[in-house]
Design a protein around this ligand. Sequence first.
Ligand code: DUC
Ligand code: ZN
Ligand code: ZN
Length: 473
Amino acid sequence: MSLLIRNGRVVTAVDDYHADIFVEDETVSLIGRDLDVEADRTIDASGRLVIPGGVDPHTHMDMPFGGTTSADDFETGTRAAAFGGTTTIVDFAIQTKGHSTLEGLETWHEKAAGKAGIDYGFHMIVTDMEDDRLWEMRRLADEGVTSYKMFMAYPGVLYVDDGTLFRAMRKAGEDGTLVCMHAENGIVIDEIVKIALAEGKTAPKYHALTRPTRMEAEGVHRSIAIAEVAGVPVYIVHLSCADALEQVTLARDRGAQVFAETCPQYLFLDLSHYDRPSGRSPGDHDDFEGAKYVMTPPLREKWNQEHLWRGLGFGDLQSISTDHCPFCFKDQKVLGVDDFSKIPNGGPGVENRMSLVYNGGVVGGRLSVNKFVELTSTAASKLFGLFPKKGTIAVGSDADIVVFNPDRRETISIDNPHTHHMNVDYNAYEGTEVQGVSEIVISRGRVVVEDNVWYGRAGGGNFIKRGLFGGPF
Ligand code: DUC
Ligand code: ZN
Ligand code: ZN
């Protein structure tokens, strides 16, 4: 099977030129002007950007959490990702406390195999790591799971203490792997939550008000310090605020191997969303609309957003992921209708990331088009051992390619079939108009989305064994 993409403006993290791209089977085999080749199919990309498929290094499909399970599984979630121009995700397998991480990996393989419509990899969430289990970490790396996530938040659930953190970090450093950190002081936060509930503060907005930015900044500072002593690079996930960013910047300025991502929710949504009226009839959980935005870290005061954009522009933040972890408003968020601490934490976004970042970044004059590709695809590919198969368009790379219309506008809405394929009953960006839409999405040489129709198949995506951490960059 061969495919010729003609007349497009090819944009990678470093290039910007007009050319044809010839794809044979799953990879790019030729790039040039007016290519004289025969192909099974030709796509005319005139007036379009031709960019590497998006790489979202932070999703939670089919994840048990908060007494329920995230609403997208690997089938619905990867399909929605593809509609939005993302062709690779790195999801999080979880180690059940007291059990082998290898068992956890097996469980996540079972969840994804035969379901994922695009390629995927796994990080491993480590929930305990005694000395006699440390050998598993190297095994995981050999299995292509070359990064781990640990939580300083959620005591009693996913939380690990500093000793565990250090042990696992030291081993990861020896093995050449990367540690991802959910950096928030969960012990202090839980105390603040107890105080709020005792005072009768139960509404969704108290989720945000009990998680101060200082506690995120403290987690970032502490995890970086421990990582420096352990001798391992660290990647701060879902960084949400200026306070935390300052810690990353300070550490990078003194040469520490620290990397960080932020997410669209922290760039486009803010604290005021917790006070949004429901628009429904009184009595129907009228003051509960804010539950849609209960995620961790929470949305912050709006002024933080300019700091995050600046961090992206200056390179202190390397990547934009989604932390896609959707829960339905009616059936799942409602678990916390009388107590914000019982609202399942997480929100949807995997489908809307590329358009949101293009619109806010490139159209908004904050990012070059190359930087847009770097932040949504290339940097994550490099950090997480996927490059150059993923994250660029080059001879020999996987043909994960998006034909992106930089002029087309859509209004993101649960009611707009062009913007919402996620298996969740609301869209966090409802009513946001974006310019820049993924029109044709190609996964390893196969068109999986065109004209808003799904041509992929459950099981069409492959598990990707990722390489070791290769930075710094
Ligand atoms: N944050 C969320 O909002 N959901 C899942 C896990 C996390 O860290
Ligand atoms: Zn997290
Ligand atoms: Zn997450």
